[in-house]
Design a protein around this ligand. Structure first.
Ligand code: MD6
Ligand code: FE
Length: 201
């Protein structure tokens, strides 16, 4: 494991998870996806998002014509699976042993997927950081400011990279500009998985 660097208050651990841990986490996530299939959300404006997603935990993040929110059920009507132990282990190591996250959101990026600049602000409690885990192809992560616009800094997140977004950075704008398709061999068909854990409040 290499050290941690801080960019605009984001703590970035670029090789936090070793190959074995990544593989074990991937198997856990596949189990979650079998129970709660990935879906293609629409923005509140009716535009399809390019990432596919699902969740584990007490609540899951959903988006459709009714807006962005946390829901107690998958859009298909089923319950969300529990958060895998491999994910909780990282949360307990880097964030807290006092409280586990309420939601573990799983995003999948195919070759053309991206995520526009956004704040994570659908939670009611911003005192807890958001923990992000990346698996598979590299993603170009852009970090902005507390308000939309202004200068930004970008960093490639690799398979096994972990980011903690907390404290003054909790409401900083960020996004993924693109992925480097097939830069990793973890996912045989290519693509990138990002897992974010949150206390929703
Ligand atoms: C991604 N990540 O890496 C998108 N959010 O695919 C996020 O939106 C994110 O990395 C909150 C905290 C850390 C993150
Ligand atoms: Fe985010």
């Amino acid at each position: 494991m290499t050290g941690c660097m801080t960019v605009r208050g984001f703590q970035i651990y670029s090789e936090k998870l070793d190959a074995e841990t990544q593989q074990a986490m991937l198997e856990d996530l596949r189990q979650v996806i079998r129970q709660a299939p990935m879906f293609s959300p629409q923005t509140p404006f009716g535009k399809p998002m390019s990432v596919r997603m699902t969740s584990a935990g007490r609540v899951g993040w959903v988006s459709d014509r009714n807006g962005y929110r946390y829901a107690h059920r998958h859009p298909d009507g089923g319950p969300w699976p529990t958060i895998p132990e491999t994910v909780l282990t990282v949360w307990r190591d880097l964030v807290s042993t006092d409280r586990d996250p309420d939601c573990c959101l799983i995003n999948f990026y195919g070759e053309q997927a991206r995520m526009g600049m956004h704040q994570d602000r659908d939670e009611t409690d911003f005192s807890w950081p958001v923990l992000s885990l990346s698996l598979g192809d590299e993603g170009l992560f852009r970090i902005g400011n507390q308000t939309r616009g202004g200068k930004t800094e970008s960093i490639w997140l690799r398979s096994g990279s972990v980011v903690v977004m907390g404290g003054p950075a909790r409401l900083t704008y960020h996004g993924i500009d693109k992925i480097r398709f097939k830069s990793s061999s973890l996912l045989p068909k290519g693509g990138r998985i990002n897992v974010t854990c949150r206390v929703v409040g």
